[in-house]
Design a protein around this ligand. Structure first.
Ligand code: ADP
Ligand code: MG
Length: 584
């Protein structure tokens, strides 16, 4: 290192061999990694909670995203550092698995890294820190299990589900109408849920948005909404009891695969070709009419000729419908039913005879080995099939919908197609409106979070209280457990307890409260009264009791946050050599 002066007499430092200093080893590597991780967590910290700030992100091509969702912020940020990328991954995995809590998980990981840095400075080996964190995370997860409560909900009592979704929505831009959006999300999830198997297929819920209108105009449609209109303006705008042909083949004459040339040198030849082409279209339209279709939904475009013909023959059509939508339409308008083969009934008969015998003679005989072979139950799928060729079109493959209508919006020519009262009601659409594109996109993301939370509760109906109360309770439990460990891990376990406090601290900070004072007051209240539902009163309601404020979060979401954050921090701590490609 040398000190030099430029021509104006300003001093500057010259560091020798700057380019070669890309390899970091030992404690330096760990400290550098920790500070990159902390930098990412610092960005998200201000977005946590109901009073958290939003971020505006600009993409290289000028698109602007405004969001509060941790996973989206990190996804859109152009992160270069490898450790920072691990944090992005962390948020993404929380999003995949749980769908909510993506900000919290990164803030927690940041807190853990910050505490780990202090321990490393005191000379504790990173492996010991990692082991201590592992033990502490287990204690915390067990404590969450202990303080969790079961929620009872049914189709008639959806209030608990709605309340939990409202907690998720309260930190988003849309919190003005969180009640109505939460209700929509819960109804949508219940419409597609299989309550017996405790499973929800979120793919059956389509979230569609359109700029214009207000947030309050959001609606739930028991059917599919497609951002398309009828292919010809003179086609009917409303079709009742529609029989829908869902096609992935275009309305056009087949083209030979190899290069070809048609020589037309006379008017007659041209006429013949034209007539031939027209006949092709005519045959296709006739085929659709023959099987009884009253609406054609096609993945491809039509020729003008075909479009005109379809209008003329009174067969409404929709073109350029995307593959995913086509699939959803097929699911919604189809109906699957069970049919049983003859063997199935024979087995049933034997079992019946067997039981009568048992009744009279008191013993079961030879038929005990008979069972109902499941393979004999044939799942027959009726209607709503995607048809790849006109030749394969049959009446059974048509989808059925009670009402198909075109709806126009505002003064623009924007129209959308509503397919409602479908044969299979297990595909629904949430349609959101908003003043501009950014709001619509953010509303869609928020609805997604709410849907995920509702699904998580259906899977596992345990909840914990939010507002940092669960974290404070875990912190107390971990702190108390630390004394039982004789080794150096004790320090790491205590550090973990301090790191857990970073969530309630961030919540308090973002709400304009004094973080340390608020946290210590709530913590002592929890210990004194020995209950775990005191948290940070972010909205200044006047009570710290999260049970009264109805702030709930799912147990599995919280557990996952702790486990994932610990895992990533352990991974970062174990890296002691960073070798970048410039070394070679
Ligand atoms: P994440 O992406 O992690 O879900 P959020 O911005 O949604 O982040 O904030 C979630 C945090 O805010 C949770 O810890 C939750 O308990 C807390 N929270 C949500 N609503 C309230 C509320 N009304 N009062 C206090 N805390 C709340
Ligand atoms: Mg959230």
């Amino acid at each position: 290192m040398a000190l030099a002066f430029d021509e104006f007499g300003r001093p500057f430092i010259i560091i020798k061999e700057q380019e070669q200093k890309t390899r970091l080893r030992g404690l330096d590597a760990q400290k550098a990694n920790i500070s990159s991780g902390k930098a990412v967590a610092r960005i998200l910290r201000t977005s946590l909670g109901p009073k958290g700030m939003d971020k505006m992100l600009q993409s290289p091509d000028g698109d602007v995203t405004i969001t509060n969702d941790g996973a989206t912020i990190l996804e859109q940020m152009d992160v270069d550092n490898q450790i920072a990328k691990l944090m992005v991954e962390l948020s993404r995995s929380q999003d995949y698995e749980i769908g909510d809590g993506t900000t919290g998980v990164v803030v927690l990981a940041g807190g853990l890294l910050e505490q780990a840095e202090r321990l490393l400075e005191r000379g504790i080996h990173p492996i010991r820190v990692a082991e201590g964190y592992e033990m502490a995370s287990r204690i915390a997860v067990e404590n969450l299990e202990r303080i969790s409560e079961k929620f009872d909900f049914g189709l008639s009592n959806i209030e608990p589900l709605v309340q939990t979704c409202m907690t998720t929505l309260s930190s988003k831009i849309v919190n003005r109408c969180k009640r109505s959006l939460a209700e929509i999300a819960v109804k949508a999830v219940l419409a597609v849920a299989d309550l017996e198997r405790k499973d929800v297929n979120l793919e059956l819920i389509k979230v569609e948005g359109k700029v214009g209108g207000k947030l309050e105009d959001a609606e739930l449609i028991y059917g599919i909404v497609v951002d398309k209109d009828m292919s010809h303006p003179q086609m009917p705008k409303k079709i009742e009891d529609a029989k829908i042909a869902i096609l992935t083949c275009p309305f056009e004459p087949p083209k030979p695969k190899t290069k070809h040339k048609v020589d037309i040198d006379t008017v007659e030849k041209f006429q013949t070709l034209r007539v031939q082409e027209q006949k092709y279209f005519d045959d296709m339209v006739q085929k659709c009419k023959d099987v009884g279709a009253t609406l054609v939904i096609c993945q491809w475009g039509f020729d003008d000729e075909a479009n005109h013909l379809l209008m003329h023959r009174n067969l409404p059509a929709v073109r350029w419908v995307g593959g995913v939508e086509l699939e959803l339409i097929a699911i919604a308008t189809g109906l699957s039913c069970l049919s049983f083969s003859a063997l199935y009934f024979i087995c049933l008969l034997f079992i019946w005879i067997d039981s009568i015998k048992k009744f009279f003679y008191g013993s079961s005989t030879v038929f005990f080995f008979l069972y109902l072979p499941e393979s004999n139950v044939i799942n027959v799928f009726e209607g709503g099939r995607i048809v790849p060729r006109f030749q394969e079109l049959t009446p059974e493959k048509l989808g059925k919908a009670g009402l198909v209508r075109e709806k126009s919006f505002g003064t623009t020519k924007d129209r959308m197609l509503y397919i409602e009262h479908c044969a299979n009601s297990r595909a629904v659409t949430i349609f959101v409106r908003g003043g501009n594109k950014m709001i619509v996109e953010e509303t869609k993301r928020s609805v997604h979070d709410a849907l995920c939370v509702a699904r998580n509760i259906i899977r596992n109906n345990s909840i914990v209280y939010g507002g940092g109360s669960a974290e404070i309770s875990c912190s107390i439990a971990v702190e108390a457990a630390a004394d039982r460990y004789p080794g150096v891990e004790q320090y790491a376990i205590r550090a973990f307890a301090d790191a857990l406090d970073s969530i309630p601290m961030a919540l308090a900070e973002n709400s304009g409260l004094q973080p340390i004072e608020t946290l210590s007051a709530v913590k002592s209240q929890q210990i004194k009264e020995n209950n775990f539902y005191y948290g940070i009163d972010c909205n200044d309601v006047g009570t710290n009791d999260m049970r009264e404020q109805n702030v709930f979060e799912t147990l599995i979401g919280k557990q996952q946050q702790i486990l994932l954050a610990t895992q990533v921090v352990k991974m970062i701590l174990k890296i002691d050599d960073v070798i970048s490609p410039t070394d070679y």
